[in-house]
Design a protein around this ligand. Structure first.
Ligand code: G3H
Ligand code: 13P
Ligand code: NA
Ligand code: ZN
Length: 304
């Protein structure tokens, strides 16, 4: 059934496991991640960015997500707005039936972040909708970037959670979004997760958590792609973060790469094909395989 994200995350904290939050933009991705959840018996966090909602004209994504929940009534499923930017995007998502929203006002001043987040919490909680907010900034590609990256401050986190009443908090511990995160194995501030968790007592969220697996990039490049080398977040770092209080782990890039690699392979190996089902089906299977990997590695498999 559709459940508030809070329920999934509270269970995860109690059970000591993490749950992947998987971004979707189309039918194949939604089918793939719900098939994965069904197969490995994992709770499911389906998340849509503002870009995903725009791409699908809102209504298509809404009905595709509802179809996933109707098809899999046994799976606890949260529909989550990723990186909502203001109260309007939050209201739109709640009107569509989302059970959870992120308000990311972390680029504003601290006081403004508090004000906007509190407004969203007061609004969303009337509907039983969970709220995720963010404190700090995610990292850039270069490890030696300084100044821009602002890791989450534990004192501020404690005050922020107390003042806003937010349900879960995205923390900045050195990760960044996208396929080009690090030049070499990153050093993430896993200890900071524990410090913050001990202060705020709510589930923590890790963004930018794709591992950017070498084999996915190699497949893309083998079949005509041109993705430069880069390192992602090691699974072991995510597992350590989960032990220290992270319950929701955001993954988008790895799913995108999986689908792209599978489609490219069909295009190169079977250039006579022109029925979209001939390449969308392997694309969908590749997303499902990645989703199963995350659910198993983060520990949510077996907990639906
Ligand atoms: O946080 C970013 C997510 O990967 C979504 O990306 O805004 O391109 O849909 P998007
Ligand atoms: P990745 O780009 O590492 O997959 O991160 C996705 C994310 O944080 C979505 O909010
Ligand atoms: Na931020
Ligand atoms: Zn993110």
């Amino acid at each position: 059934p559709l459940v508030p994200l809070k329920q999934i995350l509270d269970n995860a904290i109690a059970g000591g496991y993490g749950v992947p939050a998987l971004n979707v933009n189309n039918m194949e991705a939604i089918q793939a991640i719900s098939a994965a959840a069904k197969k490995v018996k994992s709770p499911l966090i389906v998340q849509a960015s503002r870009g995903a909602l725009k791409y699908t004209n809102l209504i298509y994504l809404k009905h595709l997500m509802m179809a996933a929940s109707e098809e899999n009534p046994e799976i606890p499923m949260a529909l989550h707005l990723d990186h909502g930017d203001n109260i309007e995007s939050v209201k739109t998502a709640i009107d569509l039936g989302f059970t959870s929203v992120m308000i990311d006002a972390s680029h504003h001043s601290y006081e403004e972040n508090v004000r906007i987040t509190k407004e969203v919490v007061d609004y969303a909680h009337q509907f039983g909708v969970t709220v995720e907010a963010e404190l700090g900034t995610l990292g850039g590609i270069e490890e030696d970037i300084t100044g821009e990256v602002q890791l989450t401050d534990p004192d501020q986190a404690e005050d922020f959670v107390k003042t806003t009443g937010v349900d879960c908090l995205a923390v900045a511990i050195g990760t960044s979004h996208g396929a080009y995160k690090f030049k070499s194995e990153p050093k993430l501030a896993i200890d900071l997760v524990k410090t913050i968790s001990d202060r705020v007592h709510i589930p923590l969220v890790m963004h930018g958590s794709s591992s950017v697996p070498v084999e996915l990039r190699e497949q893309i490049n083998k079949y005509g792609g041109a993705m430069p080398d880069a390192c992602g977040v090691p699974i072991s770092a995510i597992q350590a973060a989960v032990k220290n209080g992270v319950a929701k782990i955001n993954v988008d890039t790895d799913l995108r790469m999986a689908m792209t690699g599978a489609i490219r392979k069909v295009f190169v190996e079977q250039p006579d094909k022109f029925d979209p089902r001939d390449y969308c089906r392997p694309g969908r299977e590749a997303i499902q395989a990645q989703a199963e990997v995350k659910m198993t590695a983060f520990g949510s498999a077996g907990h639906a």
